[in-house]
Design a protein around this ligand. Structure first.
Ligand code: IPM
Ligand code: SF4
Length: 465
């Protein structure tokens, strides 16, 4: 038999119909929806007088427009309130499970799916949201779709998709002190650029990923789309199975054994061929930070901002970007003043991220010049933060814990970084105005965020560990 990749195995198992010279008709196991990209899709169903085909394969959670304080109060912003209401009403109308504000299972869609065992290996998963790639950490094919496709999946549980090309990114060797999964992904994107994986679906392989926790794998797969990839995935293994076993919606008893036997077959065969392959050495990766306005503009924290010649997009893009950020060519990032620190988002809003943040904060104090937004990815993460004593470490240091949501990741809610201010952020995008009009974002890991939060400037976390 022809050796095949993990991606092919999962893809081929879901093709409902092959269309000659056209996209495959593809079955979707799980469909996540949130308040931003679903209202128009539901409106479409209504206009056409059709319903939702598999409400039990569809899951709704509110995250983008939710406030992160006083969630028990009515949502003040009328636009946000409307979106949230629409999600609730549509879910009720079509019998879709809905985790709205104050539901103990509420949180960011890409955090709650895996946490509740809805995301499983070998599945196809979509959501009207680009960071759906996160779920690929479980060996699922997961990707973002547009609102018209949301309508298509709601009504037919299928989607039309051309098969992407395949890329493998290998990273091997032990990771250095203070080097986290976020640094691995920012490093890969800095090497491949934001367009380097356009048209590809990426499999991450090598011992760095084999030794990584599920939280870390989710961070890496989450950021895949920032290098243009359709999605990213990692073969399921014992770490995956341990994470999933016993979660609310994972199969139980005999069904678990049967699922497990199938999941164990989900790996790339030894001689399978990829359209493109990259291999990196873990020893070359340091804690990373971005200095520009796309996620590919990242450097090792001890390095200087590169010259225009070495940057994707050429001098015009480079100058515009540095001008927006208020930085100069060849400057060091270390010591730059920080106004805001944001830890959270579907990239770094899981328990392991708060553990990392607390490991630096413990016994130190928040810097006076820093406003910190500490935002768990879900209520379940929030509960873990309290149970594990992280809450006490944070409050002793002068930090406040907020309630779950996308928060300052994209500022569709009240958490906006003011114009001109610098934010060290554990999220995934540093585009102009992403965290609020005129805001300046430095993407980094939870360790780098913590180091900035206690010193008030960009600081190498290795000096505090
Ligand atoms: C609002 C939503 C459609 C968007 C996305 O697709 O990613 C958001 O989650 C983001 O991160 O920019
Ligand atoms: S946390 Fe950020 S990246 Fe993730 S879904 Fe929300 S807005 Fe998008």
């Amino acid at each position: 038999m022809q050796p095949t990749t993990l991606f092919d195995k999962v893809w081929d198992a879901h093709v409902v119909r092959k269309i000659e010279d056209g996209p495959d008709v593809f079955f979707i196991d799980r469909h996540f929806i949130h308040e931003v990209t679903s209202p128009v899709a539901f409106l479409g169903l209504e206009t056409r007088g059709i319903g939702v085909m598999f409400s039990n394969r569809t899951f709704a959670t509110a995250d983008h427009n939710t406030p992160t304080i006083n969630q028990h109060l009515p949502v003040a912003d009328p636009l946000s309130a409307n979106q949230l209401k629409a999600l609730e009403t549509n879910s009720a109308k079509y019998g879709i499970s809905h985790w709205g504000l104050n539901n103990p299972k509420n949180g960011i869609v890409h955090v709650v799916g895996p946490e509740n065992g809805i995301t499983l290996p070998g599945m196809t998963i979509v959501c009207g949201d680009s960071h759906t790639s996160t779920h690929g950490a479980f060996g699922a094919i997961a990707f973002g779709i547009g609102t018209s496709e949301v309508e298509m999946v709601l009504s037919s549980q299928c989607i039309m998709q051309p098969k992407p090309k395949k890329m493998r990114v290998n990273v091997n060797g032990p990771l250095g002190k203070g080097v986290t999964p976020k640094d691995v992904t920012l490093y890969i994107i800095s090497k491949l650029t934001t367009a380097g994986a356009t048209g590809y679906f990426v499999e991450y392989a090598g011992d760095v990923f084999e030794n990584m926790s599920m939280e870390g794998r989710m961070t890496v797969c989450n950021m895949s789309i920032e290098m243009g990839a359709r999605g990213g995935m990692i073969a399921p293994d014992q770490t995956t199975f341990n994470y999933l076993e016993g979660r609310e919606q994972t199969p139980k008893g005999e069904a678990w054994d049967k699922a497990l036997a199938y999941w164990k077959t989900l790996k790339t065969d030894a001689d399978a061929v990829f359209d493109k392959e990259y291999t990196f050495d873990a020893a070359d990766i340091e804690p990373m930070i971005t200095y520009g306005t796309n996620p590919g503009m990242g450097i090792g924290i001890s390095k200087n901002i590169p010259t225009a010649e070495s940057v994707e997009g050429g001098k015009a893009t480079y100058d515009k970007s540095l001008n927006y950020m208020g930085f100069g060519e060849q400057e060091s990032m270390l010591g730059k003043k920080v106004d805001y620190v944001f830890i959270g988002s579907c990239t770094n809003g899981r328990i392991e991220d708060f553990r990392a943040f607390a490991s630096i904060v413990k016994g130190r104090k928040k810097a006076d010049n820093v406003t910190a937004w500490i935002v768990p990815g879900s209520h379940i993460v929030e509960a873990q933060i309290r149970e594990e004593g992280i809450y006490d470490i944070l409050t002793d240091a002068g930090f406040q814990l907020r309630q779950p949501g996308c928060s300052a990741c994209l500022a569709m809610n009240d958490d906006k970084i003011p114009a001109g201010k610098y934010a060290v952020s554990t999220s995934n995008r540093n585009f102009e105005g992403r965290q609020g009009p005129g805001s300046r974002t430095l993407l980094a890991s939870p360790l780098v965020a913590a180091a900035a939060a206690v010193t008030g400037v960009v600081t190498d976390p290795r000096t505090l560990l």
